[in-house]
Ligand binder design. Structure first.
Ligand SMILES: Nc1ncnc2c1ncn2[C@@H]1O[C@H](COP(=O)(O)OP(=O)(O)OP(=O)(O)O)[C@@H](O)[C@H]1O
Length: 342
């Protein structure tokens, strides 16, 4: 749906060219919610603005829905841009227009007839839960309500892609969750492809299917959210994962020499099965859970545990084999070892 091939972007800063994006390759499948996470200055906003060519890449190609945007003349680019909606961190609403009039604005620009505009605006006000507030001006709306207007305005011309640039970063945690829920439900009901730019892990784990980690203008990791965040490879990803907390061997109590300390990770249905009980039943090895939790990333359950196996050596090895056979990723650790799960 969205493909970036070797996209680079240079800005001239203080008279010299500085490379802000460096050879970005991305393939965002239709209908997915795709997260791009990175620290401040990583290049996230520049990257998302390259997708709709608000920033023209210095080199590389941007293809959206089979059309190479980097090769279109200005008029055709304008037409294609209407299929890409954008939601901003600070809402960017027109203060002199009511909620309904803000939503209507892009339809006026696109030349929709009045009656069709009226029907579309009503539909959108209801979709984002703002029908009652349709005649309010932005100054009378809360941050969450303003962002609902921003989302409805972006959806008005029926785009195929929605770009969200830190759409929840100016909101409190509760409002953030309600906006994330709205975005996820729009994705489900309209099948819209969404690109979500954020510096917050929570945003990615709540609604994204896939994620790219951006660092100093490069993608350092990419994949399914569960794969990238539960088994991070790059130090920047590991830093983000630490924000989630979870199993860590730093603060473990002492474990007797004859017990085998393990880190276990279950992803998918195996996280919900009584695998530790099965191990005990089949091998006689007891499993002492020292730390752990079961949670979900979007809809996918996962469990992270630090356990100690208690029993004869040969039986402990069989227990590890059974854990692996039942879908666990298992890593033996020395007691007193350190490091986040991953
Ligand atoms: N128009 C511009 N001219 C010059 N430099 C720019 C321009 N836009 C961005 N930059 C620089 O590019 C780098 C990446 O900025 P960008 O806003 O894309 O990062 P970001 O990851 O979105 O960060 P933040 O979360 O802080 O917005 C920064 O060093 C920034 O100063």
């Amino acid at each position: 749906m969205i493909e970036l091939d070797g996209v680079s972007k240079d800005f001239t800063i203080g008279g010299r060219a500085v490379r802000v994006l460096d050879g970005i390759d991305l393939n965002i499948p239709k209908g997915t919610i795709y997260g791009i996470i990175g620290h401040s200055g990583a290049g996230k906003s520049t990257l998302v603005r390259c997708i709709n060519l608000l920033e023209r890449p210095t080199s590389g190609r941007v293809t959206v829905n089979g059309k190479d945007l980097t090769n279109l003349d200005p008029r055709k680019l304008q037409t294609e841009r209407q299929k890409i909606g954008m939601v901003f961190q600070h809402f960017n609403l027109l203060s002199s227009r009511t909620a309904a009039e803000n939503i209507e604005f892009p339809l006026e620009l696109a030349g929709w007839p009045k009656e069709r505009r009226r029907r579309r605006v009503e539909e959108l006000l209801r979709l984002v839960g703002l029908w009652e507030l349709r005649d309010q001006y932005p100054s009378k709306l809360s941050g969450g309500q303003k962002q609902r207007v921003g989302i409805a305005r972006a959806l008005a011309p029926q785009p195929e892609v929605l770009l969200c640039d830190e759409a929840t970063s100016a909101l409190d945690p509760q409002t953030t969750d309600s906006i994330l829920e709205l975005l996820a439900s729009i994705n489900r009901s309209l099948g819209l492809t969404m690109v979500v730019i954020t510096h917050e892990m929570h945003v990615v784990t709540a609604i994204c299917d896939r994620v790219a980690v951006l660092h100093q203008g490069r993608i350092v990791e990419e994949g399914r959210v569960v794969d990238v965040f539960l088994r991070p490879k790059h130090p920047v990803t590991t830093e983000f994962v630490r924000q989630m907390g979870g199993a860590d061997t730093d603060d473990l109590p002492g474990v007797p020499q004859d017990e085998q300390l393990l880190r276990c990770l279950f992803v998918g249905d195996s996280a919900l099965r009584p695998v530790f009980s099965e191990v005990t039943e089949e091998t006689g090895v007891h499993v002492r859970i020292l730390q752990g939790s079961v949670d979900r990333m979007k809809t996918i359950p996962y469990g992270r545990f630090i356990v100690a196996l208690v029993g004869p050596e040969e039986a402990k090895q069989r227990a590890i084999q059974i854990l692996q056979d039942r879908g666990a990723w298992v890593k033996e650790v020395n007691s007193g070892g350190s490091g986040a799960m991953g």
